[in-house]
Write a protein that binds this ligand. Structure first.
Ligand code: ZN
Length: 281
């Protein structure tokens, strides 16, 4: 009965004219987050909705939650369409806001990690495949919905998007957020999730841990000195999961936190990571 009434109401609204249409849309799907390079938006649509972005299907939970990320260099306007059995399709135009990125010089890196030995090529390839496979999980969990907290206390020593010059040589952009802190300092789960990779010694990233927060949104933590959880473990927000280190390609101890879909973790947390220290002690 409710569903039928809703249909009638929406049809009436459409027929009555365009003025009512956006008002009806507002009430159906809620979006939070930023449509910006490196940003994420979180959507809540009606249960049973299907969502597409530029015609491609977006994973949506049974109760209507979905998440969309925007690349570092993404530009232009995306068309988001939400359809559900009980309503007219909603269309939203998402215009990606541009950002400016810094050039960042990092010196003092172990030379073999900037110019790998040819013998290391096979190992690097295998490790990249392991990471890709760990990030491939797409399930209906929505652990990300409860928000993100800083995974460590310290000083921000590198930001998302910087064009990097490594030991004087142009490198790829940096997709992580670096928090400098002493080796052994705790790393906490910024949000709940499932551990999809826990590996002690990768060529570039050293101790590497991936936590999937649902629907393919995952955190990766690099250069760890110690990993305290195992692949397949479930973690809750704030759980102690690892310890900071300087393993792999690092010039000093820090946590490199990156998020899959290559978005900027810093857009998900408030203030500075140092605040965590005073708050938790
Ligand atoms: Zn980094």
């Amino acid at each position: 009965m409710i569903r039928k009434a809703l249909l009638v109401k929406l049809h009436t609204a459409v027929i009555a004219g365009v003025v009512f249409f956006p008002i009806a849309l507002q009430a159906q799907t809620q979006i939070s987050g930023e449509v910006i390079q490196g940003g994420l938006i979180f959507g809540q649509s009606q249960p049973g909705s299907t969502v597409t972005l530029d015609g491609e299907s977006v994973l949506t939970s049974a109760d209507g939650h979905f998440v969309i990320g925007f690349d570092r260099d993404e530009s232009g306007t995306r068309e988001l369409v939400i359809s559900s059995p009980a309503q007219m399709p909603e269309t939203m135009a998402l215009t990606v806001q541009a950002r400016q990125y810094d050039v960042e010089r990092v010196d003092g890196l172990p030379p073999r990690t900037v110019t790998p030995d040819p013998e290391a090529a096979e190992r690097i390839k295998q490790e990249a495949a392991m990471v890709a496979s760990a990030r491939r999980l797409r399930d209906q969990r929505i652990d990300y919905l409860y928000g993100f907290e800083w995974p460590a206390a310290g000083r921000i020593s590198g930001v998302y998007g910087s064009q990097r010059v490594l030991n004087g040589e142009p490198g790829r952009p940096h997709y992580g957020l670096d928090i400098a802190a002493p080796t052994g300092d705790p790393v906490y789960a910024p949000a709940g999730g499932i551990v999809t990779l826990a590996y002690d010694d990768m060529y570039f990233s050293g101790g590497t841990l991936i936590v999937d927060h649902g629907q393919g949104l995952s955190s990766t933590f690099l250069h760890l000195s110690e990993i305290l959880v195992e692949t397949g473990s479930t973690v809750s927000q704030g759980d102690l999961i690892a310890r900071i280190g300087a393993t792999g390609r690092a010039s000093g101890p820090h946590l490199d936190w990156r998020m899959n879909r290559r978005v900027d973790p810093q857009l998900l947390v408030k203030g500075e990571p140092a605040a965590l220290e005073s708050a938790s002690q």
